[in-house]
Design a protein around this ligand. Structure first.
Ligand SMILES: [Zn+2]
Length: 379
């Protein structure tokens, strides 16, 4: 056996820890840039405390937005980036911190659709502070950017891009509306399931996945029905953090393979896409494994997932898929066509998904027909 599990991120977790953020930031630099979501209002206290520059990220980050952010950093002489927001603000901050020191053109470094050059200069130090419980981006080494001209999403990726610190305060998620709570929570759950069955699964990531799934299985339904449930909010913040550690060290699979091209071409939140695809991606993998690789260890792992999710000792892989399907229905996960995706778009989507970086860690190579069936079922 051989594996690697890397994180260079200092993780600070706990209710009320956000108040320590100004002190934490001053430890890394004197001129911070605070990157926020669409509204900068929630970060006003932090900006005032640090006399910081601000940069708002209105949606999922694009190549052009990162160019603008990196220009601002260099013009203002910023020496540390603090991202306070959801996955979009954190990914934007990571990309801006990297491009500011490596050169002005994100496409030179972008995987798949860009030139894929290596990030060689250390990015500015980044402190990531998630305000959703979903992406785990605070502990991953990539930033997902969309390139509208390519109709795709792809990553800037380097071990150098790991945030220097992740401050995870569950209190920052207390006000999240139900729809965002559900979509981001289902993304976290997907990011615990896919690394657990991936071709790069390893014992350390397994431990993180199991603990994360255990917490998410109990908390996701509760937190969607009662956003004031503090224990459930804490469990989802942990599940999200663990999902980031897991995906950064064990990879993802078919669901995220599809989320990349879909999110690149249609304006749909990443979590909502993953949630719509999750039961169908699991079903396709289990069916393909049973048919072509009945001895594959991922099959027993799907059964273990089912036992964790349902709490039943005799649950089968299919029971786990049913549990997810029922959860998606109960939480009102919208079908893909809600976002304007149509039947005639699917062959092109399948082609792009097959080449996506996340797809490479799927436990079994799915055929064109199997991939088309996954995305058709989610339509
Ligand atoms: Zn995800």
């Amino acid at each position: 056996m051989r594996f690697e599990f890397a994180t260079a991120t200092r993780i600070v977790f706990g209710e009320g820890t956000a108040v320590t953020l100004p002190e934490l930031a001053r430890g890394f630099g004197a001129r911070p840039l605070v990157v926020t979501g669409a509204s900068t209002a929630r970060a006003a206290w932090l900006v005032a405390a640090l006399s910081a520059e601000t940069f708002a990220v209105p949606g999922e980050p694009t190549v052009e937005l990162v160019r603008k952010g990196a220009r601002l950093v260099n013009e203002a002489g910023c020496d540390v980036v603090v991202s306070l927001g959801g996955g979009s603000a954190i990914d934007a901050g990571k990309a801006i911190a990297a491009i500011a020191t490596n050169g002005g053109e994100p496409l030179d470094f972008l995987e798949v659709v860009g030139k894929g050059h290596a990030i060689t200069a250390a990015p500015l130090p980044l402190i990531a502070v998630p305000t959703t419980a979903g992406t785990g981006s605070e502990v991953t080494r990539n930033a997902v950017l969309s390139s509208p001209e390519h109709g795709a999403k792809a990553s800037l990726r380097s071990a150098l891009m790991l945030p220097r610190a992740a401050l995870v305060d569950p209190e920052l998620t207390y006000e999240l509306p139900k729809g965002v709570t559900a979509a981001t929570g289902l993304d976290a759950l997907t990011q615990l399931i896919e690394p657990y069955v991936s071709s790069r699964a390893n014992p350390l990531a397994d431990a993180v996945c199991v603990e994360g799934m255990r917490r998410a299985a109990g908390a996701l339904r509760r937190v969607c029905h009662d956003g004031a449930d503090k224990d459930a909010r804490r469990d989802m913040a942990l599940a999200s953090l663990f999902s980031g550690l897991a995906l950064a060290n064990a990879g993802l699979g078919v669901v995220h393979g599809f989320a990349a091209p879909l999110g690149g071409s249609w304006k749909a939140p990443h979590g909502a896409l993953c949630a719509a695809l999750l039961p169908h991606g699991m079903a396709a993998n289990v069916a393909a494994l049973r048919e072509r690789a009945p001895q594959h260890p991922a099959l027993e792992r799907y059964a273990a997932i089912a036992r964790m999710l349902t709490g039943q000792n005799d649950a089968s892989a299919e029971d786990g898929i049913e549990w997810i399907r029922a959860l998606c229905t109960e939480l009102g996960v919208p079908a893909l066509r809600t976002w304007g995706i149509g039947e005639t778009d699917l062959p092109g989507v399948v082609e792009k998904a097959a080449g996506a970086s996340s797809m490479q860690a799927n436990p079994i190579l799915l055929t064109y027909c199997e991939l088309l069936a996954v995305v058709s079922a989610a339509l």
